[in-house]
Design a protein. Structure first.
Length: 202
């Protein structure tokens, strides 16, 4: 059971998305997680309600990057809902079967869904877990949070990680020596252009 010792309120769960205020993503960050693999299995089997993304938090650079990824998902979802399939470029349409999967894609350097889940999805090695739920009710999100065996921390802690995790993240995104001077900016640029350049791995 999650230790919600940070006293996070329901309003604090919601990730701000100013350009698409109706697009609601609830997020919770956990450390010391021991059941990430079990949670992924439950999601795959449909045992947990909702449109979800279970993400290895060490592979997300910052809250700013997370917010930009959510904004990209909202834009693609809006294009799809408005029937703009033939009016917009393919990279401006959802890439996953669910919005949660599309959020995983939006955070990963890979240009394939399978590669995206390998890049940033939770795995048996995950101890810092970012849980995201799209259009989830407060009750559904609370139930999801209660399933996590770990200590809940403020979402702002997403920006901090160990030196080893930081080096692994930089390597995963293939950043050059010059780009390492501003990792967040470099990652935002790579995520924004990956579908245009088709330079990501699968």
């Amino acid at each position: 059971m999650a230790d919600a010792s940070d006293n996070t309120s329901d309003a604090d769960d919601v990730l701000p998305c100013e350009l698409y205020p109706d697009f609601q993503v609830r997020c919770a960050l956990f450390e010391g997680v021991t059941n990430a693999t079990a949670l992924v299995t439950q999601c795959v089997k449909g045992d947990i309600a909702g449109d979800l993304a279970l993400i290895d938090a060490d592979r997300v650079v910052s809250v700013r990057v997370l917010r930009q990824a959510a904004t990209n998902c909202a834009r693609r979802a809006e294009n799809k809902a408005a029937g703009r399939d033939y009016a917009v470029k393919s990279h401006d349409l959802p890439r996953g079967r669910t919005t949660g999967a599309d959020l995983v894609y939006a955070l990963a350097p890979s240009t394939s869904m399978g590669g995206a889940f390998r890049d940033v999805g939770a795995s048996d090695a995950t101890t810092r877990l970012l849980v995201c739920a799209v259009s989830s009710s407060v009750e559904e999100f609370r139930e999801l949070v209660e399933r996590v065996d770990g200590r809940r921390v403020p979402l702002s802690a997403l920006d901090a990680r160990s030196d080893a995790a930081q080096e692994a993240l930089v390597s995963r995104f293939g950043l050059s020596a010059d780009e390492r001077g501003d990792v967040e900016r470099a990652v935002l640029t790579k995520l924004a252009t990956k579908d245009l350049l088709k330079s990501g791995g699968g």
